[in-house]
Design a protein around this ligand. Structure first.
Ligand code: SF4
Ligand code: SF4
Ligand code: FES
Length: 285
């Protein structure tokens, strides 16, 4: 039984779903920590790593996780906390302990596990490459000032630009299935990487990448590649895979209007396909 003073527990428990490496079996471990006010989940994980002992006193390896900015900007620390996918740097322990004296941490389920709570989100970055998620402005000479962007465009683009490729939307999406490959014996790192990227290129790109197509196609210079981005979304794993369940928009921590982006890209890919069909040489006569 946990003793409480002024409604705060003296100690609390953290249950973590662990995995020692890619393809290894997962297992639960429970840790007990002294209560301190104003902790976030990252500081809890730091204390667990320093202690490396379970609640039953058994010595264990430090739990592994990923983080970067510590202010909900990089997306690296995303995990499933008490059943909800979110960033661990902005998950406050006082809030999580309101209903129970135990916090449950699991890795996201749609990405391969690197170790414990650390997942490999490279499929999302690969999707950004597939849709050419950049403005083509590099060069060896002075390109001069960029084209001006209208106020209306800026207002639409800004919320879309807040995407941090965190993975919450794809974790919630029923159409985004996990793709996990393991190295074959004798396969080099380069061969494994190539096989992995090929498998990713057949999977659903997901709502974040679809929304980035809207962002870059709105940009006065970025729109030079609008057709190529829309073509990428009509290939295998493109927008046709979306079943419009709208789970993605409900979990996005940046409140990005993903379903608006999906609707807009759906119409634009249709026009793009029709335009290409009517532009075919056989139809020019
Ligand atoms: S769209 Fe939202 S939930 Fe999806 S990756 Fe971007 S920030 Fe995360
Ligand atoms: S609307 Fe599309 S992308 Fe969003 S959760 Fe549903 S199927 Fe996935
Ligand atoms: S550490 Fe960057 S979002 Fe949490």
């Amino acid at each position: 039984m946990i003793a409480h003073s002024q409604n705060k527990p003296k100690t609390f428990f953290v249950k973590i779903l662990r995995q020692d490496g890619p393809g290894k079996p997962s297992y639960w471990q429970r840790f007990e920590l002294d209560y301190e006010s104003e902790l976030n989940v990252i500081s809890v994980l730091q204390r667990i790593a320093a202690k490396a002992k379970t609640s039953s006193g058994e010595k264990t390896t430090p739990v592994c996780w990923d983080c970067g900015c510590l202010e909900e900007v990089c997306g690296a620390c995303t995990m499933v906390i008490n059943g909800k996918v979110r960033q661990s740097c902005s998950a406050l322990v006082d809030k999580l302990l309101e209903d129970s004296n135990e916090i449950e941490l699991r890795p996201m389920t749609k990405f391969p596990i690197v170790r414990d709570l650390f997942v490999d989100r490279s499929r999302m970055f690969n999707s950004l490459k597939k849709i050419k998620g950049w403005v083509p402005a590099d060069g060896y000479y002075d390109l001069g000032p960029g084209l001006r962007q209208s106020r209306a465009n800026q207002e639409m683009a800004y919320p879309l630009s807040e995407c941090m490729t965190c993975g919450c939307c794809v974790e919630a999406c029923p159409q985004y299935s996990k793709i996990e490959l393991l190295p074959h014996s004798g396969e080099s790192d380069e061969q494994f990487e190539e096989r992995k990227l090929d498998a990713y290129s057949h999977g659903f790109v997901g709502p974040a990448a679809i929304s980035q197509v809207v962002l870059f196609n709105l940009h006065p210079t970025g729109k030079m590649m609008a057709g190529e981005r829309l073509d990428a979304l009509t290939e295998e794993g493109g927008i046709q895979v979306c079943g419009n369940a709208q789970n993605c928009v409900a979990v996005c921590p940046k409140k990005i209007p993903l379903t608006m982006s999906i609707g807009r890209v759906g119409r634009e890919t249709t026009f793009n396909t029709l335009r290409k069909w009517f532009d075919r040489p056989a139809n020019k006569h």
